[in-house]
Design a protein around this ligand. Structure first.
Ligand SMILES: Cc1cc2nc3c(=O)[nH]c(=O)nc-3n(C[C@H](O)[C@H](O)[C@H](O)COP(=O)(O)OP(=O)(O)OC[C@H]3O[C@@H](n4cnc5c(N)ncnc54)[C@H](O)[C@@H]3O)c2cc1C
Length: 532
């Protein structure tokens, strides 16, 4: 089979690239996804999101033991389904701050400044709040208010007010403050990147976009320095698909580096030691891994949470009939952005409220009403890496986030400050503290700095935002250039969260989609220029 473009991975970015390319006249696009179609009904029901983690629609990654986390190994969910992680995520629409994107551009990601990203977000969004200078309407990605937030979420916002964190109308405009989370839902159901970009595009014969699920790409075939197609495994059979123009890798920040490495693009010594022919010595492939980590507290209340909603048949009926009720909850119903120290250019800590007493990626749920509040370190200094374990495509990569390994200890320090604010919300405010029946984890207030640090080390986990492992830049060691072209290979680009040079102060779904949209623009411009 031969097409113009092959896109590897139908996740947040991949769906956007494929749809953008297929919209060009006389262009054929093949979108290949390892996971199945997104027919599992739990993909649609927002409050069922956590039931998808660690199941069949998840790659089920595990990190290496983390020395600064008491040797614990974290689990990293990643979507393995049409829509990728956007089909299993928490649907939070939090774009990131201008200062982050301007820093990308200043650091060599030329053309990826805040003004460009705002243009892309506005193009993508269909925000129910209506048009405004900084937000979009009529785009493919639906952005809505939560339809039925829990009473405890309101209490969280009131408690923030008591600590001097103001409630803001739009957190994309006023970054310091708190607010209800805006979500990627349409009328109370999840709105994934597959919903946004693939629905309505045919994939039958004759359509410009062919979407194939259950197809795992094993490597990109590179001949004489040019990507010519991909080797795939489908139904246990090996096949080759040819790309006449380009291959775009959009397998996500965890799977993209191993795919490049198995294709011969990566650190030469490591590739040779695994028996892989080196096409390009690219030492930065898999390096520069950054992730948001969260540490928090869990407390019990008399009422006001999601408790019992998932086992109440009336709530399912309510959701099916009216798309309302607690099953529309995305769990993380409210957020706040704060600065842990004076003089920061922008908030460095995000607080996140889940009106349910849960921890450990929702694997532990206490059978009672309550709330979990987390503090997220927005701009970690620690850098990890992802390495290939074996040439075998089925072998999971070695994920080593190297959490809290920055030499100054700044990451741990700031997150401990964030945790302190969480404790103050739970114990010092009347809006929340007044409702509390008990602290659950920790069982009693932390009394000093050492106790805060110890709690962070014992509980910190991924906030699911790995980025940076195929870093974009203009310097000699960048993996991709600002046009997202893999340096040293013709006809090969990367378009997903792995190209982000640094983590943004937000959540990574919308920026990943924006990267996909921009990739299609860049490719199309080039085609137009060449044919034009
Ligand atoms: C549990 C969870 C909760 C999250 N919550 C939020 C949130 O609320 N808000 C937010 O903004 N962000 C959230 N995120 C993060 C966000 O969803 C991701 O950053 C974003 O989806 C990344 O997009 P991507 O295109 O880079 O990768 P993905 O969306 O992960 O897509 C990669 C795709 O490639 C496929 N693939 C991988 N390898 C191969 C291969 N060899 N062959 C074929 N296909 C392959 C995968 O199956 C997947 O479909 C969350 C993520 C998770 C996992």
């Amino acid at each position: 089979m031969a097409v113009d473009y092959i896109v590897v991975g139908a996740g947040s970015a991949g769906c956007a690239v494929a749809a953008g390319l297929a919209a060009e006249p006389d262009t054929s696009v093949l979108l290949l996804e390892a996971g199945p179609r997104d027919r599992d009904p739990r993909v649609r029901v927002p409050a069922a999101a956590s039931a998808l983690w660690f199941g069949k629609l998840d790659w089920n990654y595990r990190t290496e033991p983390q020395s600064q986390l008491e040797g614990r190994r974290d689990t990293w969910p990643r979507g393995r389904v049409l829509g990728g992680s956007s089909s299993i995520n928490a649907m939070m629409h939090v774009r990131g701050m201008d200062v982050d994107y301007d820093q990308w551009a200043a650091g060599g990601a030329t053309g990826w400044d805040a003004a460009t990203m705002t243009r892309l977000f506005r193009r993508i969004e269909d925000d129910e709040r209506g048009p405004a200078e900084h937000r979009g309407v009529g785009g493919p990605l639906r952005v809505e208010h939560l339809r039925d937030p829990r009473p405890l979420t309101r209490s969280f916002l009131a408690a923030c007010g008591e600590l001097g964190i103001p409630e803001v109308e739009d957190y994309h405009v006023e970054p310091d403050g708190c607010g209800m989370t805006m979500v990627n839902q349409r009328r109370g159901r999840r709105w994934s990147a597959a919903d946004a970009f693939l629905d309505g595009l045919g994939s039958g014969p004759g359509s410009s976009l062919q979407v194939r699920t259950g197809v795992e790409v094993q490597r990109v075939a590179i001949e004489d320095g040019r990507a010519i197609g991909v080797d795939v495994l489908v139904g246990g059979q090996r096949r080759f698909a040819r790309a006449e123009r380009e291959v775009v890798v959009a397998a996500g920040a965890v799977a993209t580096p191993p795919l490049l490495q198995r294709s011969g693009v990566g650190p030469a010594d490591e590739l040779r030691s695994l028996g892989i022919d080196v096409v390009v010595d690219a030492p930065q492939v898999g390096e520069n891994l950054q992730d948001h980590v969260v540490a928090g507290m869990v407390a019990g209340t008399a009422d006001g949470s999601l408790y019992g909603a998932d086992r109440d048949p009336r709530q399912l009926v309510e959701w099916v009939r009216h798309r309302r009720g607690p099953l529309t909850s995305n769990l993380a119903e409210a957020i706040a952005f704060v600065r842990s120290r004076e003089g920061e250019v922008a908030p460095d800590i995000e607080l996140l409220a889940i009106p349910a007493p849960m921890k450990d990626h929702a694997r532990v749920r206490y059978p009672r009403h309550g709330i979990a509040i987390g503090a997220i370190l927005l701009r970690p200094r620690s850098r990890g890496r992802i390495r290939l374990a074996s040439i075998a495509p089925s072998a999971p990569p070695i994920i080593d986030p190297r959490t809290f390994t920055d030499p100054e200890g700044d990451d741990l320090d700031r997150l401990a400050d964030g945790l302190h604010t969480v404790q103050r919300l739970l114990t010092e405010t009347s809006a929340l503290g007044g409702r509390l029946e008990e602290l659950i984890d920790p069982p009693a207030p932390l009394t000093d700095r050492a106790a805060h640090i110890a709690h962070v080390r014992r509980t910190a986990q991924t906030m699911y935002h790995p980025v940076g492992t195929a870093r974009m830049g203009s310097d000699a060691s960048a993996v991709v250039d600002p046009q997202l072209r893999v340096v040293g290979v013709q006809g090969l680009r990367v378009a997903d969260a792995s190209v982000m040079p640094t983590l943004i102060r937000g959540h990574t779904n919308a920026p990943s989609i924006a990267i996909g949209v921009r990739a299609a623009e860049l490719i199309s411009d080039r085609v137009a220029a060449a044919t034009g």
